[in-house]
Write a protein that binds this ligand. Structure first.
Ligand code: KMH
Ligand code: ZN
Length: 274
């Protein structure tokens, strides 16, 4: 099996400091959290940023600061969010891509998101994909339900997205695909030859889905964006969640990739000067 790529989803848009004191919010905190996650075994930091009040933001300047703070401290791959928070406009969401991060998320469909709707029309998806390709940013397709794989492939068949294809299966969002083993194998079955995949189980589903991801030869995402608990009633830090998956992988004889090894596996280009 290829080495395991661990992604740390450090902050997200839905969790607040009231939910957990471990949440990194400011650019410096995000930089420090990324360095600790890297130490614990993460190769990719999936980031969202917050404004001065701690509210979700897609502000380009705040992303620039967070990226600077991360790069000061580690060689971890930076993956910015273009999902942002529900209700944000496409113009708001796309802002960090023009900072030339190595990766950005690209959700390829609309999904109910608890009581909200996470809206992604085909037109938006195509324009986000074009902007990523223009800036040399590798998309990670965020797959909340099975049809989204087919919309991602529409971008490939139209020649809009070229190069290595990487998917992240986000499983267990209320309204999206449930976090179950048979659904995971069904998602894997839809992928084209040569594609790679990560699994992100939401809430209590994070640990079992991660274990399945390791065993099935995929990659794993954990972090406070997806789950704030180490176990029932016990809050976790990002690095504790990463370190646990690192240990499980070792026990299962799966080596863990460094950021440079992950760059190789994911076909990331050399950083473009931006
Ligand atoms: N906050 C969710 C509505 C992404 O980062 O691209 C969307 C999200 C996905 O978190
Ligand atoms: Zn996210």
């Amino acid at each position: 099996m290829t080495k395991l790529i661990l992604t740390a989803a450090l902050t997200g848009a839905e969790v607040s400091r009231e939910d957990t004191p471990h949440l990194p919010v400011s650019p410096v905190e995000i930089g420090e959290a990324a360095a600790r996650a890297r130490e614990a075994g993460a190769a990719i930091a999936h980031i969202h940023v917050r404004d001065q009040q701690g509210k979700p933001s897609q502000n380009r300047e705040i992303y620039r600061q967070a990226m600077t703070e991360i790069r000061k401290r580690s060689d971890i791959i930076i993956q910015v969010s273009t999902g942002g928070a529900v209700g944000m406009t496409a113009q708001e969401r796309i802002q960090p891509v023009s900072l030339c991060p190595e990766m950005a998320t690209l959700t390829t469909g609309t999904v109910n998101f608890g009581d909200d709707v996470f809206y992604n029309s085909y037109g938006m998806i195509e324009s986000f994909a074009k902007e990523m390709m223009e800036y040399g940013v590798r998309p990670e397709f965020e797959i909340f339900d099975v049809g989204m794989i087919h919309t991602a492939m529409r971008l490939v068949h139209k020649g809009i997205v070229t190069g290595h294809l990487h998917f992240d299966f986000v499983m267990g969002v209320p309204g999206g695909i449930p976090a179950k083993g048979n659904h995971l194998t069904h998602l894997i079955d839809q992928l084209p030859e040569g594609a790679t995949w990560t699994v992100a189980g939401i809430g209590r589903h994070e640990l079992p889905m991660s274990a399945m991801g390791i065993a099935l030869g995929g990659h794993v995402r954990v972090g406070l964006e997806d789950n704030i608990y180490y176990r029932k009633g016990e809050l976790a830090s990002n690095e504790q969640l990463v370190a646990r998956i690192y240990r499980i992988a070792k026990e299962l004889d799966r080596e863990v990739a460094t950021p440079d090894e992950a760059r190789e596996i994911l076909g990331l280009k050399a950083l473009k000067a931006c």
